[in-house]
Design a protein around this ligand. Structure first.
Ligand SMILES: [Zn+2]
Length: 418
């Protein structure tokens, strides 16, 4: 391919993707605003108008912030690539770091730091202005910044060795490096799935065993009914950061733990908690978790093979604004360009992934209805939507692109019909 053709193709996809995203966001805002004045009929008895309007305002505010971010991120992407930002960084770093491993790590670190610094004011604004305005923020600025420092350290401790090995494979493992890198990456993913909960999560939150005996008995009864063995039930102090509630389980094989946000426990009745957990267990028992990991592994193999080919093509660098080094390694640059370009070319396919994920949600709901109680799940969903100020009236097309979960109204309808 000619470098210019790639530049044009990249620009065309970037503009198309940005246009679709902005269009979806504006549709979403309009749709939510149009339905602001009345609670949808099926929820009218359960959700007060004030809560519905709060959800509408919260959704509109979040979507407006997203529009700003879309434009900023697109500009940053063009700045790094076609406008020569990466090329400039590379020229700045080579005198100090040479063109070997030190340079490569420095280049990736520099890109990560610059991107993080651009995101920071938006993250701060979102937490302390937007979330604050709607009563969801429970963080102090000092917790925000200590989280930032911890995340950076954890990211470096985990990421740097992984990056180093990947770059070493790219340089030394021959033409099949991408296959070895894939094996490494899969192994790392499985390791994180198994040990994230015990190694990393405690750095950010406190986990205490669930103490409520009657609730525990109830949950253990459910686990027995569906044949699920867990390594323990834990409560997480989610309320330290946010008023949003959630339940999840994490871990793999024998290390499975069930974690409840304290915000969820304080809001839902025991029968509703059981129904929510039954939904989560449904994901596990119906093999959604394994399938998702499998799809991730297959996609990453395809993408790594593609990167394996692209990294040897001069037009790949030139077309994205970078002159490849003749007497040094371009591997880190190839990684960065690939990470930047990939989402631009794949976004338009994202509804395909949402379709599967929605299908899984319906199946998990049906599982919960069968092994727990559909009325309890409905009332839990209603409370969670109200508490999280999630809109009940999303724009259907926006939802198809972005939402892993079907709209609440559709889920409730299906549960009632079952
Ligand atoms: Zn689910």
């Amino acid at each position: 391919m000619e470098p210019n053709s790639l530049s044009l193709l990249f620009a065309a996809f970037l503009i198309a993707t940005l246009a679709v995203k902005l269009w979806l966001a504006s549709r979403h805002i309009r749709h939510v605003a149009q339905h602001r004045d009345a609670v949808p009929a099926q929820f009218a008895a359960k959700i007060p108008l004030a809560a519905h309007q709060k959800a509408a305002d919260y959704t509109v505010a979040k979507t407006k912030l997203k529009i700003v971010l879309l434009v900023v991120n697109a500009a940053v992407l063009v700045g790094f690539t076609l406008l020569g930002g990466l090329q400039w960084l590379s020229v700045m770093l080579t005198p100090q770091f040479g063109t070997g491993m030190g340079y490569q790590i420095a280049l990736i670190a520099a890109v990560a730091i610059i991107s993080g610094a651009i995101d920071l004011p938006f993250d701060y604004y979102k937490q302390f202005t937007l979330e604050e305005r709607f009563g969801f923020n429970k963080m102090t600025p000092s917790l925000f910044f200590s989280d930032l420092v911890k995340h950076s350290i954890v990211g470096a401790v985990i990421g740097l060795p992984l990056l180093w090995v990947t770059l070493a494979l790219m340089e030394k493992a021959g033409s099949l490096w991408w296959l070895y890198a894939w094996l490494l990456w899969c192994g790392f993913q499985l390791f994180m799935l198994s040990f994230y909960q015990s190694l990393v999560a405690p750095l950010f939150n406190k986990f205490t065993p669930l103490e409520d005996d009657s609730l525990r008995a109830r949950i253990e009864g459910l686990m027995q009914r569906v044949g699920f063995a867990s390594k323990g039930l834990f409560v997480m102090d989610g309320s330290r950061r946010s008023a949003h509630g959630n339940a999840y389980f994490s871990g793999f094989g024998a290390a499975k733990r069930i974690v409840f946000f304290d915000t969820l426990l304080s809001r839902l009745a025991p029968n509703e908690i059981e129904a929510v957990l039954a939904h989560e267990l449904g994901h596990f028992k119906l093999n959604h978790v394994i399938k998702r990991v499998g799809v991730m592994f297959v996609l990453s193999l395809v993408f790594l093979a593609l990167l394996g080919w692209l990294k040897g093509q001069a037009w790949f660098y030139l077309g994205l604004g970078v002159t490849p080094l003749l007497d040094g390694s371009n591997d880190a640059m190839a990684l960065i360009l690939f990470m930047f370009a990939l989402p631009v070319f794949t976004f338009l396919f994202s509804p395909l992934l949402s379709i599967t994920s929605r299908k899984n949600e319906f199946e998990a709901d049906a599982f919960a209805a069968k092994h727990s109680n559909s009325q309890d799940l409905i009332s839990a969903l209603v409370k969670l939507y109200e508490d999280n100020a999630s809109t009940l009236t999303p724009d259907p097309l926006h939802s198809a692109f972005y939402d892993s979960h079907p709209p609440a109204s559709v889920r409730v309808q299906k549960l009632l019909a079952a």
